[in-house]
Ligand binder design. Structure first.
Ligand code: RIB
Ligand code: CA
Length: 335
C-alpha cells in the first residue's frame, strides 16, 4: 500500500511544532507522505507561523515539500493574538534557525485544493489551528469534502467539557468561529448530497486535554536524543509549561496537536460517535461553542464524528511515548 498522503494546516505554535516533527518522522519512515504544510494565522501572526513551520521542518530534516501561507486572520472578525500562550514569536523559549526553505507561490487555500485534487479520495487533512484557510479553500472549491480521504480537526470541546478560552469555547474555534461553522456546513451539505462522504473527526478538549507532556518527559527525550530538533522542542515546551502553570493547570503542557496528528494516522484506535455539529457565532455568552446535536433534535445529517477516547493500552501517555520515539528517530539538521 502506498503511504497515506497528509496535509497539515497549522499555526505553529508550540504543540503544532511537535505535530510537525512527528509527521516528518512518519514521512521519513515511509508510513505517510507529508504532501503539504499550510500555515494559518493563529497562535501568532501568519509571517511567524510560516517562518516557524519552515524552521521546524528544517530542524526535523524534512525533505523539500510545499509550504504555503494561508489566511492572515479570521474570515469575519479581527485576529486576537495571545502571545502569553506560545510566546511572542510562537516558539516559546526556543531560538529557531532562519529557514532556507522557500514557501510555495500558491496561497494555502489553493494548496489545499491542489493537494486534494492530486490525491482524489485519499488526502487526509489535519487542522491544528483555526479553520480560516480551510474555509477559504472550501469557497475556492466546494467539492473539497468529496475530494478528501478524511479530515481531522483539533478543535472545539464536547460533552460538557469546559472550554479553554471561554467557558464553552476552545481556542482554535474561538479565534474564527465563522470559519469553523463554514467547515461544519460544508460537510453537512456534502453528506446530505452523498452519505459516502467521510465525516470529519473532531478532536476536542474533552479528549486532547488528556495528552499531557511533563518536564520529566522532556528530560527523557533529551536523554534519548541530543538532536537540535529535540533540544529546540524542549526549549519551546518550557514556555508552554510556564503558561499552563500560570492558568492553574500545573507545570505541564497539554499537547493537543501532536496527539491529534497521531489520531489522524491511527483511525482504528479512535473512539468516536456521530453528531451534527455547528458553531455558535452570535451568542453573547456562547460564541465559539461547538454545538453537538447527538440526538437528532434538528433532524440534520451527522456531519461530524466526535472523538471521546483512544484505544491504546496506557491511553494518551502511551501515544506520547510513540510521538517521543518518532522525534528521537529524527537525526534532523544542525540548527
Ligand atoms: O486549544 C488548543 C489549540 O489552540 C492548539 O492547537 C494550540 O496550538 C492552539 O492553537
Ligand atoms: Ca495549534
Amino acid at each position: 500500500m502506498s503511504p497515506t498522503p497528509v496535509l497539515l494546516d497549522c499555526d505553529p505554535g508550540i504543540d503544532d511544532a511537535l505535530a510537525i516533527a512527528y509527521l516528518v518522522a512518519e514521512h521519513l519512515a515511509g508510513r505517510i507522505e507529508l504532501t503539504a504544510v499550510v500555515c494559518t494565522a493563529g497562535n501568532v501572526g501568519l509571517e511567524d507561523t510560516v517562518a516557524n513551520a519552515c524552521a521546524w521542518l528544517d530542524l526535523a530534516g524534512a525533505p523539500e515539500l510545499p509550504v504555503a501561507a494561508g489566511a492572515s486572520g479570521p474570515i469575519a472578525v479581527p485576529h486576537v493574538l495571545t502571545p502569553e500562550t506560545h510566546g511572542p514569536r510562537g516558539a516559546g523559549h526556543a531560538q529557531l534557525p532562519t529557514t532556507t526553505r522557500s514557501t510555495d507561490p500558491r496561497d494555502g487555500a489553493r494548496l489545499w485544493v491542489d493537494a486534494a485534487r492530486s490525491h482524489p479520495g485519499e488526502l487526509v487533512g489535519i487542522v491544528t489551528g483555526p479553520s480560516s484557510t480551510l474555509a477559504h479553500a472550501l469557497a475556492l472549491d466546494p467539492a473539497l469534502p468529496r475530494l478528501l480521504g478524511g479530515l481531522v480537526m483539533m478543535g472545539g470541546t464536547f460533552h460538557g467539557h469546559p472550554g479553554n478560552t471561554t467557558p464553552v469555547s476552545e481556542w482554535n474555534v474561538d479565534v474564527d468561529p465563522e470559519a469553523a461553522d463554514a467547515v461544519c456546513l460544508a460537510w453537512e451539505t456534502a453528506q446530505a448530497d452523498d452519505p459516502a462522504v467521510p465525516a470529519p473527526l473532531w478532536c476536542g478538549l474533552n479528549l486532547t486535554e488528556r495528552a499531557v507532556w511533563t518536564p520529566e518527559r522532556s528530560e527523557r527525550l533529551l536523554e534519548a536524543s541530543d538532536s537540535p530538533v529535540a533540544r529546540r522542542l524542549t526549549e519551546a515546551l518550557r514556555f508552554y509549561f510556564e503558561f499552563h502553570d500560570s492558568v492553574g493547570e500545573g507545570y505541564l503542557a497539554q499537547v493537543h496537536d501532536p496527539f491529534v496528528a497521531w489520531l489522524a494516522l491511527h483511525p482504528e484506535a479512535v473512539v468516536a460517535g456521530p453528531a451534527n455539529v455547528r458553531v455558535e457565532c452570535a451568542g453573547e455568552h456562547t460564541r465559539g461553542m461547538t454545538v453537538a446535536d447527538v440526538r437528532g433534535h434538528r433532524g440534520r445529517v451527522d456531519n461530524a464524528r466526535i472523538a471521546t477516547d483512544v484505544l491504546v493500552p496506557g491511553g494518551p501517555d502511551a501515544v506520547l511515548d510513540e510521538i517521543c520515539a518518532a522525534i528521537v528517530s529524527l537525526a534532523g539538521r544542525p540548527d
